[in-house]
Design a protein around this ligand. Structure first.
Ligand SMILES: *Cc1c(COP(=O)(O)O)cnc(C)c1O
Length: 322
């Protein structure tokens, strides 16, 4: 069986480096908020081209804490609206609703499967405070029109960059395009930990300060709690592993692009709709977290592939509004 994703194979490639880093952390006796996290946060900030990266316990928490921090800053309040793509993974929408903000679901563009930027303005009301831009399946969702809308309506642009780490828009990395971004290091993501993990990326010093307090019980100084925070830290051990794998990410994404190009040229079937590169003149605008096709015979094709030893998955079988 050709597995959809063989995590063991993915991580065995770096086994020696990972084991060395494990030993370092074990021997250090320091397991949370230490030098491994700091080093990874700095290296990731440099990679993305942002001033601040704050590690969190998961990608969902990264998005939750961005919105909570904006509420603490007075940029939005309960009941305000955040526009999100209707076909995203449920985490993007939970981050909004869990903060008692209102998710406003917008239809995607059927070619890119990303937000239809030309039709975003029709969803904006007096209560709209933010747009959650999801780079779904690994493809950059961006246009200078987003900056124009943000300016015109005073909106925060939050990138859900869980699926697209390493993707670019005219040389700038996703995660550095909006006001703040949430990243996920779930094991199956392009940069995967050996457990859960996430991060917030931003150039905004106030947002960075508040998020770094929120992830640690709302506290900047031990036992002094300024906000109603939570416990959502990125462990030293995961930060150490991620720091190893970050150095290989460009190579891994290049390999994904090579595989995608093979599929795109090799699959010729009138009943299979292949993914579209939205900006083919920018080859790095897609990091192929997933290679998603559409077909009227979906379930039959999946069974046929299964019988032929090829595992596939549906992304996603039930849309969040259901
Ligand atoms: C994976 C994912 C998340 C959440 O990340 P976790 O680390 O699993 O919490 C958020 N948004 C999207 C689009 C994702 O794919």
């Amino acid at each position: 069986m050709i597995k959809f994703l063989d995590l063991k194979q993915v991580n065995l490639r770096y086994a020696k480096e990972l084991k060395n880093r494990f030993t370092d952390v074990l021997d250090s006796g320091w397991y949370l908020l230490g030098e491994n996290l700091q080093r990874f946060e700095e290296n990731l900030a440099e990679y993305l081209g942002v001033k601040y990266v704050i590690g969190t316990g998961s990608g969902l928490d990264a998005l939750l804490l961005i919105l909570q921090a904006y509420m603490e800053m007075g940029c939005m309040k309960e009941g305000d609206e955040v526009i999100v793509p209707a076909n995203t993974y449920i985490a993007s929408i939970l981050a909004v609703s869990k903060n008692r903000l209102t998710p406003v679901l917008a239809e995607p563009d059927l070619r890119s499967y990303n937000l239809d930027i030309a039709r975003l303005e029709q969803h904006i009301t007096k209560r709209t405070k933010a747009i959650m831009v999801v780079h779904l399946y690994g493809q950059t969702c961006w246009s200078k029109d987003i900056d124009v809308l943000a300016e015109k309506y005073n909106l925060k642009i939050i990138e859900d960059n869980a699926q697209a780490i390493g993707a670019e828009w005219f040389g700038k990395k996703t995660g550095s395009l909006g006001h703040a971004a949430g990243l996920s290091f779930y094991p199956g993501k392009n940069l995967g930990a050996l457990g859960d993990g996430g991060a917030v990326a931003t150039n905004d010093p106030e947002l960075a300060q508040i998020v770094s307090a929120l992830r640690n019980y709302g506290s900047h100084r031990k036992y002094i709690n300024d906000y109603e925070g939570c416990n959502s830290r990125l462990d030293e051990i995961q930060a150490a592993f991620l720091d190893v794998k970050l150095r290989h990410l460009e190579k891994e994404n290049a390999y994904r692009r090579k595989m995608a190009a093979l599929y795109l040229s090799g699959i010729n079937n009138s009943r299979v709709i292949l993914p579209t590169l939205f900006t083919p003149e920018q080859p790095k605008s897609h990091v192929w977290h997933l290679f998603v096709i559409r077909t009227p015979d979906r379930d039959r094709l999946q069974k046929y592939l299964e019988k032929s030893g090829i595992q596939t998955l549906i992304h996603y079988p039930v849309p969040p509004h259901k």
